[in-house]
Design a protein around this ligand. Structure first.
Ligand code: COA
Length: 158
């Protein structure tokens, strides 16, 4: 049986290279894109957080949160799970992990989801916003937002 994955935040900047490797393998290489396309300018901003899914210290999943504090909006980017670990709940674990602090901070979480991954986000409380659009060399995407679960009883003034 596969050992469980644990989620951690990237602390050592040297580990960013492992995130870039995984993003490249899963998100860019299949499209014939160069390694440099897996490196985002925002990766080294102090307000960007990288979450890692590790199985026995091997990186099997990653996702990054790019904050725009002035707009109280945070973009989810670079969600990738290693091919031989997909469909084992690791993507869901990553989302659950980052959604909790977002809820506490009341910021809006959004992403440009690949059309093929929309169902994955929907199963985790996200909704599509607007129409499908094309990102050159990568394919069709749809903007999605995470809708926080709000208890109606709290806001009920009737
Ligand atoms: C999309 C991805 C991140 C999902 O991670 P994962 O670990 O494979 O997904 P999980 O096992 O946590 O799946 C959680 C649920 O979503 C479903 N799901 C997973 N991938 C899905 C997809 N592409 N479309 C629809 N549903 C999907 C699972 O069946 C599961 O459903 P359940 O709640 O009924 O059990 C991963 O498959 C991946 O890296 N894909 C390639 C890169 C990619 O598309 N990244 C997203 C860019 S926006």
């Amino acid at each position: 049986m596969q050992p469980p994955a644990r989620i951690t935040q990237l602390i050592d900047p040297a580990d960013l290279r492992r995130v870039h490797d995984l993003r490249f393998d899963i998100l860019r290489k299949p499209m014939g894109l160069p390694y440099s396309s897996a490196v985002f300018a925002e990766d080294v901003q102090p307000t960007t957080t990288h979450y890692l899914a590790l199985v026995e210290d091997e990186l099997v999943g990653c996702v990054s949160l790019v904050e725009s504090p002035e707009q109280r909006r945070t973009q989810l980017r670079g969600m990738a799970v290693r091919a031989d670990h997909q469909n084992r709940g690791i993507g869901r674990l990553l989302l659950q992990h980052l959604q909790t602090p977002q809820l506490l901070q009341s910021t809006n979480l959004w992403c440009n989801a690949r059309q093929a991954a929309v169902g994955f986000y929907e199963r985790n409380g996200w909704v599509t916003v607007g129409d499908c659009f094309d990102i050159p060399h990568i394919g069709p995407h749809i903007k999605m937002e995470w809708r926080q679960l709000v208890s109606t009883s709290l806001g009920d003034c009737g």
